[in-house]
Every structure is written in C-alpha cells, then in structure tokens.
Design a protein around this ligand. Structure first.
Ligand code: FAD
Ligand code: MLT
Ligand code: ZN
Length: 478
C-alpha cells in the first residue's frame, strides 16, 4: 500500500519504478514542507511530491499523471509571494519539484551564456558565473532558495532589472515538459532567430500553468571590475526619484541598482534583524540605495558617485550618505535592503501590493495610497520599499502593532482593492514582479479581462485541455 492513499496504486507503482524512493515522497512529514508557502498564507495538501532527476524522468512522470488525470503543481524553491507553488487543499494534486535537477552543463565565454537545469538555485548559478569572471545579472533576496525554473516561470525582476531587464530578457534558450509529457526543446543560443512564434517567451512568466521548465540558457555579462555603493537619506520618494534622475543624466549605463526604502520599512529592519542597524547618524523619512558598476577597473565610478552625491548634498536633496569603502561594507548595505521581506514577516501579518506605476506617478501613488490605507485601518503600518528605478514599489501594509493577525488578513481584499484603485488611475499594474499565483486571480477579470484574458484561456485550453497543470493559478475560477 502506498503511504498516501490519495495516489492511485498503479500510478504510485509506476512513479516509484520511474523515480525511485528519493524521487517519490508520500509521507506527511516529507510532503508537508512542499504544501505551505514562504509566507504561510496557504496550507495545501498533496498526494505526493515527485522529484525527477532529469528532463526524461520529468517528462515520463508528467505523462503518467496526465494518463491518470492527476493535477500537477510545478515547484522550484517555493518562495512564491502569491501562493503560486502551493497545491490546493483537496490533496489530489502532486507537487513536481525540480530540486534534484541541479546540473550546470556549460558556461560559454564566447556567447556569454550558461546552460543550466531548472533546479539550480539562482545563488549557485550566480556563484558559478562569478568563478569564471562573469555576472549573472539577476539578484533577488530569495536567491539562495529560488531556482532558475522558478525565476523564469515568474519572470522575476529584482535589484538589477533597472540595468539588465527581467528574467525574460536573460532567457536565450529554454526546455520545458508540456502538460501532455512532450518535451519542447528551445535550447538555442541565438540572439537572432525569427522563425515563428517565440514560444520560450510564452513559458516565461506562465507561472507553471503551461508546462514545467526543465533547462535554460541564461545570458551572462562581463563581471563588473569596479563598483560603488551608497545608502542615502532623502526626504521622500520624490527625493529618491530626483537622485535617480541625477545619476541617469550623468551615465545611465552605470546604474546597476536603484532601490527605495521608506523610513517605516527601514525601522522594521533595524529593529527586527540582528546585525542590521542603520549606518547613518539618524533615521530619515526615506532612503535610496544606489549601486554603480563598470567593467572598467578604474576610479571613474568613484568620481561619478562623489560628483552626483556632492551636488545632491549641497542642494539638500540628500541629507546624509554612507559610501561603501570595502566589499564587506557593500554587503552590509545590501543586507539591510535584502532583509526587508524578512523583517516585515517578523512584524506580524502583512498584505503585499507589488505594484508598478510610471516613474513620475510614484510620489502621488505613495501619498494617496498611504492616506487611503491609514483611513481604512487606523494604526496600519504602511511600509513601502522596492525597485523604484523600475517604477516598482512593494507597497506593503503591516498590521497595527498588537492587532490580531487573522482579523487584519480578513481585510486583505479591502486593502488590495484600495491600493489597486489608485494604481489603476495612475496607469500601473497590480503585480510588477511576483505574479498572480492564487492570491490575485480574482483581480484578473477586471484588469486583464475581455480579449486579453480570453486569449490567455484559449492558449491554456489548447496546451492543457484537462487543466491539470497548476490549476487554480493565474486564471480565476470559470
Ligand atoms: P516557486 O515559488 O517554487 O514557484 C513560483 C511559481 O513558478 C509557481 O507558480 C510555480 O508553479 C512555478 N514554477 C516553479 N518552478 C517551475 C518550473 N520549473 N517550471 C514551471 N513553473 C515553475 N520576486 C521578484 O521578482 N523580485 C524580487 O525581488 C523578489 N524578492 C523576493 C524576496 C523574498 C524574500 C521572497 C520569499 C520572494 C521574492 N520574490 C521576488 C518572489 C519569487 O517570485 C521569487 O523568489 C522567485 O521568482 C520564485 O522562484 P522559486 O524557485 O522559489 O519558485
Ligand atoms: C523584495 O524586493 O524584497 C520582494 O520582492 C518584496 C516583498 O517582500 O514584497
Ligand atoms: Zn522585489
């Protein structure tokens, strides 16, 4: 008898033969960690976790699930912010985890590419590139767990999008197991290839609803040989944007990252994360973290940084600043930014609004949304931060101190809708980088309705007519 009775016996036996005992997990203690998301918002159930070791095993496992009409939930590092990789609570689905597909096949110095399996963590891929003097230019706080399949399936953004684009821009080639078990091989290293539909772009950002990404060819860059990083105190988001414009005017290609942190979100990090005190003489209403990078090993970036910051300090645009003088200091400045999500998790329940608006609209957005949320829930802690250089603000709302987390989360739609109404008015998007998952499916009809959602549905139906691949994600219930 299989330990989990929800998996039909014949399917269990076939999967066990195919994947072996390390590739098929069925006991509650083994599968439970795969059924809860990073924020612990969703507690799902599954019949089993399948951990194929390579594309061939993955394809055969998918074909078997297809024959038995078993829903499949692709999962990488399980860091989704929108419950995208968590099964529902019927217990019928299997999670297909890429955590055993961890080979880096090739780093190509002529083409500046890396060929990797989906389960390689972003950090492991970055480290492998760095060892060869190259840069994998995608950086997110979850990179120690998030993997190549997950970042492509969500079209992740992060800290370097302002310079190098989203995951989509980095994916030159891709391989995926489609819902029927066929392998779609798009592993081409070509920068130019106009031969029909760009199918890889359909898979990127599809959040596991169209197939399982098994391998990819990622574009790399020469590693920067000089870098300058500074944390600056500013008055508000407008101040941060003016500083961004000042750097951009001097040399747009030098800006590797430009991040915004509100005083509220910074204070949570300083208070709740060990070893992350504010490295400035006093707290400010807002902060900008700027990083410049260049493949040239000279001091031109230091001059640029000093010139722009000097003028900004003279004009009162920046009221205080700390410049990293060593790699260790640079990393400690980045740690402060990267611990924002963790600090907010520790502060209690929070509602995330991962929105984007045109750059010029950011100050109005933050101002109006703050007032509206404070009016909705007195005592709410509005803690925005994010990738301001891309127009992407994580307008996160933390429960009032001492409030009941469940009661706070019960109002999540009221909060999300309040913020979304302002985003819509300003021409923005309700999800800049985290995706739709299961958290935001209800927003799809009003934001992407009509022909757009209908076209997405037709594509989904054509590729997955039985709706077995990550059901309940992206699309609202029919
Ligand atoms: P998972 O969480 O496992 O899955 C995410 C989605 O992709 C699910 O829908 C899943 O079904 C699907 N999926 C996973 N693997 C595959 C595959 N091989 N084939 C097909 N579908 C698959 N996102 C950003 O964009 N920018 C950020 O700055 C950022 N920061 C974060 C910081 C923290 C602390 C955390 C927890 C998350 C953050 N995220 C960020 C959100 C998250 O989207 C990313 O961490 C990452 O892109 C998800 O990768 P993963 O491997 O964990 O995917
Ligand atoms: C980040 O940029 O740190 C995450 O995407 C944001 C979040 O926690 O909302
Ligand atoms: Zn982010």
């Amino acid at each position: 008898m299989p330990e989990n009775a929800a998996l039909p016996q014949s399917l269990h036996d076939a999967l066990l033969q195919l994947l072996g005992p390390t590739g098929l997990l069925t006991t509650a203690s083994d599968v439970d960690p795969f059924c809860i998301d990073w924020r612990a918002l969703y507690h799902g159930k599954c019949a089993a976790v399948l951990r194929p070791a390579n594309t061939e095993e993955c394809a055969k496992a998918v074909a078997l699930c297809q024959q038995h009409n078993v829903p499949m939930v692709p999962q990488g590092g399980n860091t989704s912010m929108v419950g995208g990789a968590t099964p529902d609570n019927t217990g019928k689905a299997v999670v297909i985890s890429t955590t055993r597909m961890t080979r880096i096949h090739d780093i190509d110095h002529a083409d500046l590419t890396m060929t990797v399996e989906a389960g390689v963590t972003l950090k492991a891929a970055q480290d492998a590139a760095a060892k060869e003097g190259l840069l994998l230019p995608l950086s997110i706080s979850s990179e120690g767990s998030a993997d190549i399949g997950g970042i492509l399936a969500t079209n992740a953004g992060g800290n370097n999008t302002v310079r190098y684009g989203n995951a989509r821009e980095l994916a030159l080639g891709l391989e995926a197991v489609m819902p029927d078990g066929n392998v779609l091989n798009l592993m081409r290293k070509l920068r130019k290839d106009n031969t029909g539909y760009a199918l890889r772009q359909l898979l990127v950002g599809s959040e596991g609803t169209l197939g399982i990404i098994t391998q990819a060819i990622i574009q790399l860059q020469p590693a920067p040989r000089s870098r300058e990083t500074a944390l600056c105190a500013v008055a508000d988001a407008k101040g941060a944007l003016d500083l961004f414009a000042a750097f951009r005017k001097q040399d747009p290609s030098a800006i590797q990252a430009f991040e915004f942190m509100s005083g509220t979100s910074m204070a949570l990090v300083n208070k709740l994360i060990e070893g992350a005190p504010l490295p400035l003489s006093e707290p400010a209403p807002a902060y900008a973290l700027v990083e410049l990078g260049s493949p040239r090993a000279d001091d031109s970036l230091r001059s640029l940084m000093e010139e722009v910051l000097g003028t900004a300090l003279e004009d009162g645009l920046v009221t205080d600043a700390v410049l990293a003088e060593s790699e260790a200091q640079r990393q400690s400045l980045w740690m402060i930014r990267e611990e924002h999500a963790e600090a907010q998790k520790r502060a209690g329940a929070s509602v995330k609004n991962d929105v984007s608006v045109p750059l010029a609209a950011i100050p109005t957005f933050i101002d109006e949304a703050t007032k509206a949320c404070e009016a909705l829930i007195p005592g709410i802690r509005v803690a925005p931060f994010g990738h301001i250089g891309d127009g992407n603000i994580h307008f996160n709302l933390v429960q009032p101190e001492g409030a009941d987390p469940k009661a706070f989360l019960a109002q999540d739609h009221a909060m999300m809708d309040t913020v979304a109404a302002i985003v819509r008015k300003l021409g923005g998007s309700f999800s800049a980088e985290h995706g739709v998952g299961q958290l935001k499916t209800y927003m799809m009809p009003s934001w992407r309705g009509g022909a757009e959602l209908e076209t997405m549905r037709r594509i989904k139906n054509a590729l997955d007519p039985k709706n077995l691949m990550n059901p309940g994600k992206v699309f609202p219930a029919a």
